[in-house]
Design a protein around this ligand. Structure first.
Ligand SMILES: C[C@@](O)(CCO)CC(=O)[O-]
Length: 330
């Protein structure tokens, strides 16, 4: 039996702006994707995915390479403007099969067996579930790369089918663990950064638009905007901030995210409610460009917990708990 584990992520500052060269600050969340693989000689890859409705049927491993080529070609069509990013994958399980094909290289026979995936990350939430699943599968199957930066590139390569022209931030966060800063494609560990007590994540429901779609929508209106400089200033201040300065930066980051149109009005109202009670909150991740839900929020509540906010029943929350270990096989 082979096993691997990868954490999730939460972006503290710099989502979207990182796509345009601004720095971003992200932490690995102590919630995980787990993968176990039992090889056999059936010639099929069978899967159980306990956390998602995306079960995958037995897949003939001699079709893995052609599936990879088909998806590579569809990604090229996206880059040429002939497909939208949502049209690249027909089904979420294709991202798993693609990652396995990349991991195996020419040696696809190794993929014959039973794969069990489980996760306590909320899928499509901004917790980096795609990057986490990919990192977990690459840790499980791919030959160990010589350094983490190469591993991050592999994760990002697979993730592009879902995130389109997004950045390395999710891939880096789940691969390194801890708190990281991504600046001009370089990652540095920022574990020294102190957050104030009272930080929580709040899940506001699955966004109706994927990360790739949000990135493309923002690109249409803001690709050449000077707003990215304002985002960069907030993230730079975050990097130097004392814990008591963090709430103001969360608020400034949130206002910028509102300006680029990724915060639904119901979520803006919730953030104002949190601010009125002395706290601060921001969307953490891609947010949403259509519909009422925005995935994940980072909230700072100086007193109490999100339980006191009388949140809608489907909201879920937890304390911000950092995982210092990136993806690994065991
Ligand atoms: C919205 C975005 O900035 C973060 C998604 O977690 C997209 C990306 O950088 O790939």
């Amino acid at each position: 039996m082979m096993s691997a584990l990868a954490p999730g992520k939460l972006i503290l500052s710099g989502e979207h702006s990182v796509v345009y060269g601004a720095p971003a600050l992200s932490l690995a969340l102590r919630r995980h994707t787990r993968a176990q693989f039992l090889p056999n000689d059936s010639g099929f890859l069978e899967g159980r995915i306990s956390h998602a409705s995306a079960a995958f049927l037995p897949f003939a491993i001699n079709h893995l390479t052609s599936l990879k080529h088909r998806l590579d070609a569809r990604y090229e069509l996206f880059l040429n403007g002939e497909l939208s990013i949502q049209q690249v994958l027909d089904h979420p399980s294709q991202l798993l099969l693609y990652t396995i094909a990349v991991s195996m290289g020419a040696d696809v026979e190794r993929a014959s067996g039973t794969l069990h995936l489980s996760s306590d990350l909320l899928v499509g939430s901004g917790m980096g579930s795609s990057a986490s699943v990919i990192a977990c599968l690459l840790s499980l199957f791919a030959p160990a790369p010589s350094d983490v930066a190469d591993f991050v590139e592999q994760v990002r390569f697979c993730e592009r089918l879902q995130h389109g022209r997004g950045s390395l931030i999710d891939a880096a966060s789940v691969s390194y663990g801890g708190i990281i800063c991504l600046r001009q494609q370089e990652v540095s560990r920022c574990d020294h950064l102190q957050l104030p007590p009272g930080c929580f994540w709040i899940y506001t429901g699955a966004p109706s638009t994927s990360t790739g779609e949000c990135v493309e929508q923002v690109r249409k209106s803001f690709a050449h905007s000077s707003i990215w400089q304002a985002f960069a200033e907030v993230t730079d201040s975050f990097l130097e901030a004392q814990p008591d300065e963090v709430p103001t930066l969360i608020q400034q980051n949130q206002r910028l995210l509102e300006r680029i149109g990724v915060v639904p009005s119901a979520i803006q109202s919730l953030v104002r409610q949190i601010e009125c009670s002395g706290g601060a909150a921001k969307v953490a991740g891609a947010g949403c460009v259509r519909g009422p839900h925005a995935g994940l929020l980072l909230a700072w509540l100086p007193e109490g917990t999100p339980a006191q906010l009388e949140l809608p029943a489907h909201y879920i929350w937890g304390e911000l708990d950092i995982e210092y270990q990136g993806a690994y096989p065991f």
